[in-house]
Design a protein around this ligand. Structure first.
Ligand SMILES: Nc1ncnc2c1ncn2[C@@H]1O[C@H](COP(=O)(O)OP(=O)(O)OP(=O)(O)O)[C@@H](O)[C@H]1O
Length: 670
């Protein structure tokens, strides 16, 4: 118990550097760490009892991946065991003939058939081993693929709230490791099976030779099995003690070489500071490693001593049997061989089972993730949406982030009883202060979140979004969010991924690019549409934030969805590009009849919206046209005050206007 608690706390001392830099040990709350205690609590008996279930998990995955390869592995291993047993019996017969009376020639001639069987079983064993190795090799990557596909296939269909849930993410990280573990488990399963079959073969032969030999085998191998377990536990502890420090050291190494930190590392002289701490941490780790190595060596010595004693006892008993005439010399010779084979198999079995168990903990995480992802999956199917939609209406919609947006103990709703409408074919602007809930609201509009239980309804005409076919909801929406994704793919794919279900048409991509102004970005790219927009790769090209924004708008345009949601589409654009994008978006509503939902802080851009909703602290402060909101008789003043503040700042910033800005300003005040 005391050993466990030392182990559980990380075993190694935490260096002063770690205290200073990280406030203590830098341990991830993931994967390995989670299982440390569980695995270390295991005894030999518990592991033996769990063996069939563990092998079952591996076999189930293997059966899913490649049943034929699995059959080959199982048959080969079983036949190898039988061949080994037959070989041992044949050795017994060879020894019987060789040690019998008669001339050497006669004895050898009589031993020939048994010798042939020994040779044949050895040959067959080799063939079977290579068949099993080949099949295992083919099976392993398939198992990993099946496991990876299984969890990725489930995870990409979970509700967004699951992906944003820290607990789910922790499980996801551990499960990623689980897919790798599933692969390794196959090898350990095969090895375990092989060791078990060899052991059974040796034990069977020993029982036939003399009933007392089996307990002797167990007696002789128990200490070495125990030592394998203790030493591998030590190895595991050592790994953990090392990995915590290695993580911290690795992080310092990264910081010293990272681009993002490079300027401060140089100008502020952070390099020597970090290097000094790196050395202190490394020395702590080295001391810990030395301590563990010595401990492992002591345990090894004790275990070897116990093993030696048990071996002495076994061979002593064998000698006594021979001495007393209870066993023939030939049988004793075979018994020695069988004991050696059996002992080696048992050692191997214990080692493989410990490895198997270690991996299976991660596979268990993987299974838990799959179950959780199924529970939190976006439902498939549902009520169809109306063909010709007239409006999307929020009716007293309340929404709370899991854990609460404000980080308070009792989750506070981010949206409170929001009632508003998005008539189709119009431009609807959403404005409001930072954190007022605009982005959250459009995510509900896009079907990414659902209102709280009992927290109102979002109607797509007469269809409640809760019961609607969510794929149809997604299919009607194009999302150009603040944090739209910069795919590490070519320009063509970065635009064409707006409609991933169809082949990407270059013409359509170019048209979408021309719409957003990304055509100018395209003109400057070395390989045109084929240019990879990801730095760090050969041929990869880096474009600026504003240029990316144009690519993002082109993607939303390419999607050609009924409802285009643009969440601050122009924050990184220069003034001319911004004006152009707003003009283009306006023309979309006019020419294609698309519904545009526009979020922006630049209030002069929403003057042409058909409807403006103003959000404040997660509630609707006011709604109306620009004129209505600016009118003191009809507006509450929330919009008007903000608008006038921005306009006055604009006036104050530009005392003397250059000619080409005059028009823009005049338009602003129109
Ligand atoms: N994924 C999330 N999980 C938890 N809380 C969130 C999440 N996203 C936003 N919030 C919280 O919800 C509130 C509203 O955020 P939201 O992004 O909707 O506001 P916004 O009006 O779009 O703000 P901004 O103008 O700054 O973009 C904020 O308090 C924010 O911290």
């Amino acid at each position: 118990m005391s050993q466990e608690s030392t182990i559980g706390s990380g075993a190694a001392e935490v260096s002063d550097s770690e205290h200073l830099l990280f406030g203590g040990e830098l341990a991830y709350d993931l994967g390995w760490g989670q299982h440390e205690g569980a695995w270390l609590r295991l005894g030999l008996w518990t592991m033996a009892r769990q063996l069939p279930r563990l092998v079952g998990t591996g076999l189930r995955l293997a059966h899913l991946a490649d049943p034929r390869a699995l059959r080959i592995v199982l048959t080969s291993e079983a036949c190898r065991g039988i061949a080994q047993a037959v070989g041992l019996v044949a050795v017994n017969s060879v020894l019987g003939h060789v040690l019998a009376a008669g001339s050497t020639n006669e004895r050898l001639t009589q031993a020939v058939p048994a010798l042939t069987v020994v040779a044949l079983t050895a040959f067959l064993g080799s063939l079977l081993r290579s068949a099993s190795t080949a099949a295992t090799g083919a099976l392993e990557p398939k198992v990993q693929r099946v496991a990876t596909e299984q969890y990725l296939g489930l995870v990409h269909r979970t509700e967004l709230s699951a992906i944003e849930d820290d607990e789910f993410h922790r499980l996801l990280d551990a499960a990623r490791y689980g897919a790798d573990s599933a692969r390794r488990m196959i090898r350990y399963c095969t090895n375990t099976l092989n060791a078990a079959v060899s052991l059974i073969a040796a034990a069977g032969v020993l029982t036939i030779l003399h009933p007392v030999l089996l307990p002797l085998l167990v007696l002789m191998t128990l200490p070495s099995a125990w030592s394998s377990l203790v030493i591998s536990r030590q190895r595991y502890i050592s790994f953990h003690a090392f990995v915590q420090h290695a993580r911290a050291g690795h992080l310092l190494g990264q910081l010293l070489t990272q681009k993002e930190a490079a300027a401060e590392v140089r100008v502020h002289g952070v390099g020597p500071f970090l290097l000094g701490h790196f050395r202190t941490m490394a020395e702590t780790s080295e001391r810990e490693q030395t301590r563990l190595a010595r401990r492992a060596a002591r345990i090894g010595l004790v275990a070897d001593g116990a093993g030696g004693l048990a071996t002495l006892l076994t061979y002593g008993a064998l000698g006594a049997l021979l001495w007393g005439g209870a066993m023939e010399l030939a049988v004793a010779g075979t018994a020695v061989l069988a004991i050696r084979t059996g002992a080696a198999s048992l050692d191997r079995l214990v080692l493989q089972v410990t490895e198997l168990h270690q991996e299976s903990l991660f596979v268990a995480d993987f299974e838990r993730l799959c179950r959780e992802a199924e529970n939190r999956a976006i439902p498939v199917g549902g009520e169809p949406l109306p063909e010709r939609l007239r409006e999307i209406r929020f009716e007293k919609v309340t929404f709370t982030y899991p854990g609460g947006g404000s980080g308070s103990a009792v989750p506070e709703p981010t949206l409170h009883e929001v009632s508003l409408s998005f008539p189709t074919g119009k431009i609807i602007a959403l404005v409001g202060e930072n954190g007022s809930g605009k982005s959250t609201l459009v995510k509900l509009l896009a079907g990414l979140y659902l209102p709280d239980e009992g927290g109102g309804t979002i109607w797509w005409d007469g269809t409640d979004v809760r019961t609607a076919d969510r794929d149809q909801v997604f299919g009607r929406v194009a999302l150009m969010s603040q944090d739209f994704y910069q795919w590490p793919f070519t320009f063509r794919v970065n635009v064409g991924i707006g409609q991933p279900g169809t082949a990407i048409g270059d013409r359509a991509v170019e048209e979408a690019a021309a719409f957003s102004g990304a055509d100018r970005v395209l003109d400057d790219l070395p390989r045109g549409l084929d240019t990879l927009l990801a730095r760090g790769y050969r041929g990869g090209h880096q474009i600026s934030g504003g240029q990316w924004q144009r690519v993002g708008i082109a993607r939303a345009k390419y999607r050609q969805a009924e409802i285009l949601i643009v969440d601050e589409p122009t924050s990184a654009l220069d003034a001319v590009a911004e004006q152009r994008v707003f003009d283009q978006i306006r023309s979309l509503a006019a020419t294609t009849g698309q519904t545009i939902v526009l979020i922006t802080h630049r209030l002069h851009s929403v003057r042409h919206a058909d409807l403006i909703h103003v959000l404040k602290d997660g509630r609707v402060a006011e709604s109306g046209t620009f004129e209505e909101l600016m009118d003191t008789a009809t507006g509450t003043g929330d919009f008007r005050d903000a608008y006038l503040l921005q306009a006055s700042a604009f006036d104050a910033e530009i005392p003397a206007q250059p000619a080409d800005h005059d028009a823009l300003r005049a338009e602003d005040h129109a």
